[in-house]
Structure formats: C-alpha cells, structure tokens
Design a protein around this ligand. Structure first.
Ligand code: C5P
Length: 402
C-alpha cells in the first residue's frame, strides 16, 4: 500500500465516523489519501477531522466557495490508484449504478480509471431490498468490488446485515487486491462461452442447454485480475459490463471458430468453455419447413473443433485450456481430449455430480494438466470455481514465461 494514491469517498451514514480510523490505517501503511465527501457525509463527520488526518483539504463541492477554484473530478479520477467508498449509502450506490452525477463523489467515481471498492452501510431492510441488491449487482458488473457488510447491531438497534465492514478488514481487502489481483495485467485472454445454435430453417435450430454462466464468470475473473479479455459468446441472455472485456456475439460454431481463430494469435491464453454443437444441418432451408405426415431426416455435417484448431496453431508461449463434460470413464476421456486437442489443461465437470454442469449456479470440477497434475475441487458457486480455474491458468502462463 506504500505510496498508493487513494480516494476515499464518504457518504451520509452513521458509519462515517469509522472513516477516520480508515484514513489513519491507510496513512499508517504509507498511502496518500484524498477524501471526497457527499454533502450528507459532512453531517456525520466533520471535514476538519479528515483533512487534519490526511493533510489535504477535503473536497465535496465542484467549486471552493469564495475563491472560485474548480475541483476537477477528471484529474482526481486519473490521480487515484484506487477509489474506496466507505461508508456507501443505498442512495450513493443507486446513483453510482445509474450514473446520476449530482455531486462531486459520483462525478469522481464516473471519471475514475482505478479499481473501485464499495463498503455498503445501511439498515438491514434497505440492504435486503431488491433495488439495493440489483444496484450492487450492477456495480459488480462494472467491475467494482463490493466489500460485503457484516452482521450485527445496527444504528437502528435492529440486528442484521448492513454494518459497514470494520476499517482494518477494508484495508486488508485492498492490500490483498494489490498483492495478488493484478497478476494477469497486460495479458490477453480469449474465452468462448455459451452454446451455439445451428440453423435448420428461419425458426428452428439445433442447440443445447449451456447458459454461458461458467464462461462469463471466467471472463470476469480474468478481467478482475487485470487481463484484457475477448469473450466470444454464443446466444446467451447474460450481460457483462467490464470495461476490459470485449465481447463478440456469435451464433453458430462456424462463426465462433472464425472469431477464435482471428483473436488467438494475438493472445496469451484461451479457455474454451463453450458447448459447441458437434454437428450442424447440412442444408439450411430459407423457408420454414412444413409439417408432413412422413418421417423426416436431418442430414448433419461435423462442425470445426475450435479447441483442436487452436491446439494446432498454439505457440509454446501460449496456454490453451478446455472443458470436458463426461458421463462415463470421465478422467480417461478427459485426458484423451486433452491430448487430442493439444490443451495445457482440461476442466472436467461430471454430470454425475449434483450441483455440477449446465444451467446451475454451482459447479464441481477436477482439473487435469498435460504435466500430469490432478486437482479436485468441492461443489462451489461458479464464481469461485472460476477463481480456482483462473489460478491454474495463471500458474500455467507463468511457467510458459520461464
Ligand atoms: O470434444 P468435446 O466437445 O467434448 O470437447 C470439449 C471441449 O472442446 C470444450 O473445451 C469445448 O469448448 C471445445 N470444443 C470446441 N469446438 C468444438 C467442440 C468442442 O472448441 N467443435
């Protein structure tokens, strides 16, 4: 944290008094802190305390009264290595999520290029309200980090979730971020996700149940660790707003293949997470096929194997990973795939495990590497599974550099 430039945003919550401890902790670690407050924040803790602790005047207005100095939120946004909003009220979280830039703190947030950490503080019912949950999900989707509030007694004397996390925990969270989270900086990673649709006629297709959740979670995890991600997505209903994820939407395996082949040579790694249709109709009917009393035969032809195609052109400095969803002889089949497609590692998820596979929010995986390492993980939310996979990916990338 030494030498890091931190913008600390303080909003109108009782927990604002803890911001003084937070400033102290940042300064003790050698950071430089600039406090930006909302008008309501100043009702809860005086700017004099904060400017005395930081050695810098607190900013809360666009102009300094009397002398007309304009405070540039753009310059501030560029100055910071990190922006921390603690405490963050439901109101500020709502404004951040929706770009309502009616005070200095929100304009600074919108201009900030640095990672943003948000430590919510509010009453339990406000925290549990669907609008707050939705706004926090939006912030996550912008790549912001939410430091979850704790459970305990609240200012209202009610017990529940909504207490701002303690200052030393907030500092530890951010220190962790600086220590490990930027391990993929300057790396370009291609990820395929979701199903592919193979058109039969204007209203019908061959597809599968893949939701794309695992691939999107991987893309977001790579982006959070500093990578530039190219997410090649089949037809899914998921959204992602991370600035460092470039999304290419495709429909068919052929389109996914072309996009992957175009992007791979410039990248450091690729993770093939899409459930690509193995076959496509040999013939596309541009009029809707009519029902008839007879049997109907659909002639299919094999699709290109994207992972295998990338495996053929892979350079020694690139890492290629794939997935295997098996129903029988799982590890044996996964290892055969790993070799056939020239992958560096393969993530095996078994349909036999409950909580694994398509459409659910959890997954249970075993990772098998080309060097013969086997690691088995428990059932976890897909986000945490993504973190495990990206850690293996990152380790493999480091070894290609050595
Ligand atoms: O051979 P199988 O489809 O089981 O292999 C699964 C792995 O290969 C996954 O990583 C999947 O994304 C990838 N794959 C592909 N192109 C295909 C078929 C599978 O990239 N046509």
């Amino acid at each position: 944290m030494k030498g890091k430039k931190i913008i600390l945003g303080i909003t109108g919550s009782i927990a604002a008094y803890k911001a003084a401890y937070l400033v102290r902790a940042f300064i003790k670690k050698g950071a430089e802190v600039q406090v930006v407050m909302t008008p309501a924040g100043k009702e809860f803790i005086t700017p004099v305390t904060l400017s005395a602790l930081t050695g810098k005047p607190v900013i809360s207005e666009f102009f300094t009264a009397n002398d007309g100095t304009w405070h540039s939120h753009v310059d501030l946004g560029l100055w910071a290595d990190v922006m921390v909003i603690a405490p963050a009220t439901a109101s500020t979280i709502g404004k951040m999520a929706n770009g309502i830039a009616d005070n200095m703190l929100i304009t600074t947030y919108l201009s900030a290029k640095a990672p943003v950490f948000v430590a919510p503080a509010m009453d339990l019912d406000m925290f549990a309200h669907p609008s707050t949950r939705h706004n926090l999900d939006l912030l996550r989707s912008y790549g912001n980090y939410i430091i979850e509030p704790g459970v305990g007694e609240l200012a209202s004397h009610l017990e529940g979730k909504g207490r701002m996390e303690e200052p030393d925990k907030i500092v530890a969270f951010i220190e962790d971020f600086f220590a490990s989270r930027q391990e993929l900086a300057k790396k370009k990673i291609v990820i395929t996700a979701g199903p592919t649709y193979e058109k039969i006629d204007p209203v019908r297709f061959i597809g599968n149940y893949s939701s794309g959740k695992m691939g999107f979670a991987l893309a977001e995890e790579c982006a959070m660790r500093g990578a530039d991600v190219v997410l090649i997505a089949g037809p899914v209903s998921l959204k992602t707003n991370y600035p460092s994820i470039r999304r290419i939407d495709v429909e068919s395996a052929q389109e996914m293949y072309e996009a992957a082949l175009r992007e791979f040579p410039e990248s450091d790694a690729a993770v093939m997470c899409a459930a690509v249709a193995d076959y496509a109709p040999d013939h596309y009917s541009d009029v809707k096929i009519k029902r008839s009393g007879d049997d109907m035969v659909l002639q299919l032809r094999p699709n290109p194997d994207i992972a295998a195609a990338l495996g053929k052109i892979k350079r020694p400095d690139q890492v290629l990973a794939g997935f295997a969803l098996e129903t029988d002889n799982e590890e044996e089949n996964a290892l055969l795939k790993l070799r056939r497609k020239n992958l560096d590692f393969i993530v095996l998820n078994s349909l036999q495990d409950s909580g694994a596979g398509f459409r659910c929010d959890t997954n249970k995986v075993t990772i098998l590497t080309a060097r013969g390492v086997r690691t088995s993980f428990d059932v976890k939310p897909k986000r945490e599974v993504a973190a495990d996979i990206v850690s293996v990916l990152s380790g493999n990338m480091k070894s290609t550099e050595e």
